[in-house]
Design a protein around this ligand. Structure first.
Ligand code: G6P
Ligand code: MG
Length: 220
């Protein structure tokens, strides 16, 4: 098959943004400033290190490198305490159905996530073994919107980038897919993700016919 799919994880297959929010908010509380859900939007698709920089900008706080490293470790420990409690009931609507459809059509799929916890999360929800490959925060040197994560994904799929379809919920992720010359599908708010080639509210809206049509229309 000449078409492959690359899935972002957080916000597409599972909703882990709420757990990142709890952990970042706890940190902001400790540092003495307010961190809102709107602030949390800015961290979607962004690497852990960059997330901390954005958060410290919001609080107008500057810290030593050593302190930042300590904070990143404790933030992740708290985040892990939430995700190690996750189960299959936290898979977002439509995700398993879409994987079934792709299996039926013989279309391979890999993960393309900024998270260093991606494999753990997929194992928690029981989807790890379904993916042909995993590209995550441990495999890349440049974070989204750099296309690196998706270009490595295309290699794992043994496909040219133009034959890859990317599902993304973050602006940085859609930008990365476009830079990689892949078909970008924005999942979430259409206004926010207007740079995507196609937009849907969630994965329940992706039909078999839509996937079949994409198999015949390559991005130039
Ligand atoms: C995903 C999320 C981001 C998160 C990043 C790193 O892209 O959307 O909000 O900051 O992964 O996650 P990690 O699990 O490595 O801290
Ligand atoms: Mg995401």
């Amino acid at each position: 098959n000449k078409t492959g799919v690359i899935f972002d994880l957080d916000g597409v297959i599972v909703d882990t943004a709420k757990y990142h929010f709890l952990a970042w908010k706890h940190l902001a509380d400790t540092l003495g400033f307010e961190f809102t859900e709107a602030h949390n939007e800015l961290l979607k698709g962004v690497s852990r290190v960059r997330s901390l920089e954005i958060l410290l900008d919001i609080g107008q706080i500057s810290l030593s490198e050593a302190r930042k490293q300590d904070i990143l470790i404790s933030k992740n420990e708290e985040y892990l305490s939430y995700i190690t409690k996750m189960g299959a009931d936290e898979i977002l609507p439509g995700a398993e159905n879409l994987l079934d459809t792709l299996d039926q059509l013989g279309i391979k799929y890999v993960l393309g996530s900024a998270s260093k916890n991606a494999s753990l999360i997929l194992k928690q929800v029981g989807l790890f073994n379904r993916f042909t490959g995993i590209v995550d925060g441990n495999s890349v040197s440049k974070a989204k919107p750099d296309p690196e994560v998706f270009l490595i994904g295309a290699k794992l799929l043994q496909l040219a980038p133009k034959n890859c379809i990317v599902f993304e919920d973050a602006i940085a992720g859609v930008e990365a897919a476009n830079k990689a010359h892949m078909i970008s599908i924005g999942i979430g708010d259409k206004k926010t993700l207007h740079q995507a080639d196609y937009n849907f509210n969630d994965l329940t809206e992706i039909s078999t016919d839509f996937i079949k049509a994409l198999m015949n229309h390559k991005k130039e």
